[in-house]
Design a protein around this ligand. Structure first.
Ligand SMILES: C[S@@+](CC[C@H](N)C(=O)[O-])C[C@H]1O[C@@H](n2cnc3c(N)ncnc32)[C@H](O)[C@@H]1O
Length: 224
């Protein structure tokens, strides 16, 4: 399900006429956080193989990730056709041989792991707070299924810690999401980790990121 939410950082048409004509969208948050996320990916991602990005949004992340990690073959996805058009436009401008055309993917709909895997890296940035807990649980269960043995999952976003927001700004954003749909909002980091571990992944690292966000890394253990 795609929700139409009123978000403070909603993507806008990119600024130049050429960009607008090509359907490129630009999200201020993606431009702010992509270098910090990219630095962690360089450290945590496998050097080669297949990378799947879920909820790719404008495409401004994946063009940076694919350029920085050229040993990986990158597959961006998003359920929103306008976002997929934007990803395709940014990708055309980037001209990267290891970046595939975007595919439609509703991560909360069970079964997609059978069509998109196995992959060696999954990247998911800023989605879980925009979907319900059952949808998040379903999406994360599919992530665990889509990973090849030894594969890595990198999850980034805002989280509750011990059930509470960590700043007034986070509390206000969480409340504004719940005002739009009581089922959505920030997820607790402990619950999220516990669910992924129950799905068979191993928690590798939690990294504190700018603006109170967290980056969580997991892997799928190889069979002994
Ligand atoms: C806040 S944006 C984040 C985009 C990008 N990851 C970023 O950080 O810039 C949320 C994205 O999630 C996508 N989305 C919403 N519901 C989804 C779902 N059920 N499965 C996959 N993506 C979804 C939206 O279309 C949108 O592109």
């Amino acid at each position: 399900m795609i929700r139409r939410l009123d978000l403070p950082d909603a993507p806008a048409l990119a600024e130049t006429e050429a960009e607008a004509a090509e359907a490129r969208l630009s999200a201020p948050s993606a431009l702010r956080n992509r270098d910090a996320i990219c630095a962690e990916l360089r450290r945590l991602a496998p050097p080669a193989g297949r990378a799947l990005e879920i909820a790719s949004g404008t495409g401004e992340h994946v063009i940076r990730f694919a350029a920085a990690l050229p040993g990986l073959d990158w597959q961006p996805t998003d359920p929103d056709p306008a976002r997929r058009a934007s990803i395709a436009a940014w990708a055309a401008g980037a001209g990267l041989p290891n970046l595939r055309p975007p595919l439609p993917l509703d991560a909360a709909r069970p079964g997609w792991a059978d069509r998109h895997g196995p992959v060696d890296l999954v990247v998911l940035v800023n989605l879980l707070h925009l979907i319900s807990r059952p949808e998040a649980d379903a999406a994360l269960a599919e992530v665990a299924r889509v990973l090849a043995p030894g594969g890595v999952f990198v999850l980034y976003g805002p989280f509750l810690r011990d059930g509470a927001a960590t700043s007034p700004g986070d509390a206000a954003f969480h409340a504004s999401l719940q005002a739009q749909d009581p089922a959505i909002g920030y997820k607790d980091v402990i619950d999220t980790c516990a669910h992924l571990v129950a799905c068979g992944l191993r928690h590798v690292e939690t990294v504190a990121m700018p603006a109170n966000n967290l980056l969580l890394a997991f892997d799928r253990p190889r069979q002994k």
